[in-house]
Design a protein around this ligand. Sequence first.
Ligand SMILES: [Zn+2]
Length: 110
Amino acid sequence: MNRFFTHPLSLKKGKGSLRSCEQFDMMKKKCNFCGHEEYLTNKVQYIYNRSDRFMIVNNVPCEQCTNCGERYYAVDVLKAIENDFDSIYSSKKEIKKEILIPVEEYAEIV
Ligand SMILES: [Zn+2]
């Protein structure tokens, strides 16, 4: 397992590129959100989006804060997802499964 992890939000601070994201060693890292120091290795559903295009990836490995549940991903894992998104939306890769997702405006449902 790659020892360098990141939080997807750290991408927005830079140029939106994984190269410019904040990376850290999970063994020495306090949770960005609650300061807790214990994590659990988990597999989760990751929803990636860029420019209003979405992709769902199931069973993505992550380290999850045992206190607040915040998720941290290995940089290589995020790179793989980003690359896959590019091949799907450039139509090079065949899509195995698609789902229809309802889009709602909050003001219209209250
Ligand atoms: Zn936390």
